[in-house]
Design a protein around this ligand. Structure first.
Ligand SMILES: Cc1ncc(COP(=O)(O)O)c(C=O)c1O
Length: 390
């Protein structure tokens, strides 16, 4: 769909906005505009109602209550607010933070700030070769001086799904708090019970067919006072996140949540997993030097296929596939200097293996025909690159 010339296989980078979401948002940029914080007139009251409805939809997705939802600009801000906010009000006897090795760069960077600027001891918890957290190492590192543990629900590069209920029980048994970056989770799993396990949770609109520029930090009831805001101002959102809430974006996020839960979402995940398996099978049947990085399908994002083309460079492959197929390495490269993925390195891959890996991610609008074409294009490209190497 989308663009006739390019097959989109990068749903974990961003999802296209669902047309039903666009339709819902449109009216709030039109006649139903308003500042949700204008308390003195009906236009403001209606705008506020729209924001509250959106927060309720998000809360329903994760099994929370409306007042536990704080809107942010995205998961990056939500993750920063969780780590920095909590650390700035931490009791003096809890000065350690544990962070899994495969967290998104925004969590790792915030954790570095805790260590370098706030004097926290930050410890990285290793993962196994499938990208699953080493639970023994986590347990070994826990003690009553730990303030916070950060483990994502679903990894953005290899799609590994962590056992959050088990981790939560472990973390809480030491009186520590659990923050879960769930940005990639809505398209991967049923989230209905997640809030009952975690203390803080981050979500992002553009990873679930909603708009970019909006996210959420779920803050468990009773924890609001333990967070210092990152942004000060008019005291909106319980003083935790000042600034006018972007009402149309909130409406979009709220609307998007309705299409990632329930029986239809379950069927969609199943269909996407089947397409992903066909894609991987097609590649592996025809080239014996193709490997899959990450876990088995049971504990993996249904749309994720992280594939290693040993002996080749992922960026050369991706370049050769332009403009026909959009996939990515999955590793952040904001500096313009490509680095081997910290996720794949943490799973034990060498630098060369990491640099030979591509993340293909499929989603709502992927068709069987696109899977077929994408597999054939990839095979043709790597065959011709291998030929040139001879
Ligand atoms: C796991 C995870 N966390 C956080 C983020 C950042 O999200 P946002 O773009 O909403 O800031 C991403 C986006 O790539 C992600 O995949």
């Amino acid at each position: 769909m989308l663009d006739a010339t390019t097959i989109y296989a990068d749903y974990q980078a961003t999802t296209p906005v669902d047309p039903r979401v666009i339709e819902k948002m449109a009216q709030f940029w039109g006649n139903a505009f308003g500042n949700p914080h204008s308390n003195d007139h009906i236009i403001g009251w209606r705008a506020n109602d729209a924001v509250v409805d959106a927060a309720t939809s998000v809360a329903n997705l994760v099994g929370a209550t409306t007042d536990e939802i704080i809107f942010t600009s995205g998961a990056t801000e939500a993750n920063n607010l969780a780590l920095l906010g909590l650390a700035r009000r931490a009791p003096p006897d809890r000065r350690r933070v544990l962070v899994s090795a495969i967290e998104h760069k925004c969590v790792l960077a915030a954790a570095r700030v805790l260590s370098e600027l706030h004097g926290f001891e930050v410890q990285i918890i290793p993962v196994d070769q499938e990208g699953l957290i080493d639970l023994k190492a986590l347990e070994y590192s826990l003690d009553p001086s730990v303030l916070l543990v950060c483990t994502m629900a679903v990894n953005n590069e290899v799609g590994s799904i962590q056992d959050i209920p088990y981790i939560a029980a472990l973390v809480h048994s030491y009186g520590a708090l659990l923050h879960c970056d769930a940005a990639q989770a809505p398209c991967a799993m049923d989230l209905s019970g997640l809030a009952s396990n975690v203390d803080l949770m981050s979500l992002s609109g553009h990873k679930m067919y909603g708009p970019q520029g909006i996210g959420v930090l779920y803050v468990r009831q009773g924890l609001h006072d333990q967070l210092e805001p990152l942004i000060y101002g008019g005291g909106q959102q319980e003083g935790l996140r000042s600034g006018t809430v972007p009402m149309p974006l909130c409406v979009g996020l709220g609307s998007a949540t309705e299409f990632v839960c329930g029986p239809e979402a379950y069927i969609e995940r199943k269909r996407i997993a089947e397409q992903r398996n066909v894609f991987v099978g097609c590649l592996q049947d025809r080239d014996l030097r193709i490997y899959v990085n990450g876990p088995c399908s049971d504990c993996r994002h249904p749309g994720n296929a992280n594939i290693r083309f040993d002996g080749l460079d992922a960026r050369d492959i991706l370049g050769s596939l332009q403009p026909k197929l959009a996939a990515s390495t999955g590793a952040a490269c904001a500096s313009g200097i490509p680095e081997p993925s910290h996720v794949l390195r943490a799973m034990g891959l060498t630098k060369e293996q990491s640099n030979a890996s591509i993340r293909f991610s499929f989603g709502r609008y992927t068709t069987d025909e696109e899977i077929d074409i994408a597999a054939n294009l990839t095979l043709q490209t790597i065959a011709s690159m291998r030929k040139k190497q001879l």
